[in-house]
Design a protein around this ligand. Sequence first.
Ligand SMILES: Nc1ncnc2c1ncn2[C@@H]1O[C@H](COP(=O)(O)OP(=O)(O)OP(=O)(O)O)[C@@H](O)[C@H]1O
Ligand SMILES: [Mg+2]
Length: 510
Amino acid sequence: MFRIFRKSLFLKVFSLSGLVSIVLIYFLGSNLYSRISDGIIDEKIAASISEGESAIQYAEYRFIVSGISTKTDYKELVGEVVNSGNLSARDSGREVVLMQVADKELKGIPAVTASNFLLPESIPSSLRKELQGNEELRWQEGTLKYVNGEFLDGVIIGKNLTIPNVGKYEMYVLFGFDAQQRTIALIGRAIWGAGLLLICLIMLVASVVLRQVIKPVKSAAEVAEQLTSGDLLKRMEVRGEDEIARLGQAFNEMADTLEQQISRLENLSRLQQRFVSDVSHELRTPLTTIRMASDVIFSARNSFDPIISRSAELLVSQIERFEHLLADLLEVSRFDAQVAALSLDKVDLNSLVRRCADDLLLSSKDKETQLMISAPDEPVIIDGDSRRLERIMRNLLANAIDHAEGKPIHVTIAENPTEVAVGVRDYGVGLTEQQIERVFDRFWRADPSRSRERGGTGLGLAIAKEDAQLHGGEIRVWGKLGEGSNFVLTLPKVNGQRITEFPIAEAPAH
Ligand SMILES: Nc1ncnc2c1ncn2[C@@H]1O[C@H](COP(=O)(O)OP(=O)(O)OP(=O)(O)O)[C@@H](O)[C@H]1O
Ligand SMILES: [Mg+2]
């Protein structure tokens, strides 16, 4: 879920603007709503107080001017006063309650008289208490309760009055907020409806604007991806003169410069490759002549005095080294020119490895170095170029012998149905992490002085890597300083297949 948001700028900005507008509109809406509803209720309360006050004054006046004395008259007058508002509070009218201060029936007037089926419990006891000994008008918000169980929020206004010749009474006038609440609900619905509409509008505008901005950014990203994947001619579409157009222009200029630089470098490196290849080729003929001449001198070395004879030996070995270097350089330039091709055959890796090992041991100066080979008994046949595979194995084994410091070397051949691997493990000087990173670099040698003794050029592993890749294979390295190293060549058995599993892990178990 969050990944989608992380990946899409549109969704991120769109949802953020949606969220911000919802919060803002919610706060604004609720503020407006509460201000309006408070205003309406306050207005109603103010109107109710003045209406209630005049109703109470009118009742007081009627009691004073009535001049009656019989019980029935009193009861009738009280009934008239209580029901003077001819509409119930439920119909936006008012209710009246007359209560004797001490809740006593006096002269036929009941202790409590209420209009329109209103329950006298509607009068809160706190308001009654406030009225005790207080001649002022008092009011409170409360709930109007009816005999049939109906409820109504409203305001209750109360005042003490005296009925001449009878006693002290409390008169309450009650008004309901029914109509106001209906108005408030209507306004509320309107506010929230408008808010919702506003949010939708904001989101719509945001999405239109975002699309406008994101489209060029997205196309820039796509073009950048295509450029990265090597399509250097891709450019962004530039329209107008705004900031987005400037971005596109700058982007295209950058791509132009990049293309020019890359093609310049490509030309340069092609030139260099050609140079190396040409020089190597040109050197081959004179070298052959020199070699033949040196062979003649070498064969006649016994007739020279010892110093000259030693020089003849040196000459031959250095010419041999030169030939090797030249052959390696030619091979490298063939890889660079991408003209290196496999000459495929069925190769028995098992016997190939044994053959290389035997040859190397014979020619090695470290005669005491042991090579222990553990391999399947039957042949391990793969599609491969035996010349290249032999070159890889010779280099891996020669490197191991060179760096094993006389300790035995373990060579393992392992296979599964689709891959075969050869591991060359030595227990000699080993390699550090940084050295492992550079081991396949051309002309790189961990210790040039050691190689000088032996005549290594540092091209062996670079060529081995290319050879392995040509087969669809890979060479992996493990090494630890002082503990030796492990070079593992993995190849697919069938040409054209990819490696999916590694029969030997480069990190050794022990
Ligand atoms: N088994 C190993 N143990 C320790 N270091 C190694 C081992 N194999 C290779 N190296 C290091 O990697 C360097 C590069 O090896 P690479 O085979 O490319 O060149 P080289 O053996 O020096 O010369 P070349 O193989 O061209 O005659 C070596 O010089 C050596 O420092
Ligand atoms: Mg080597």
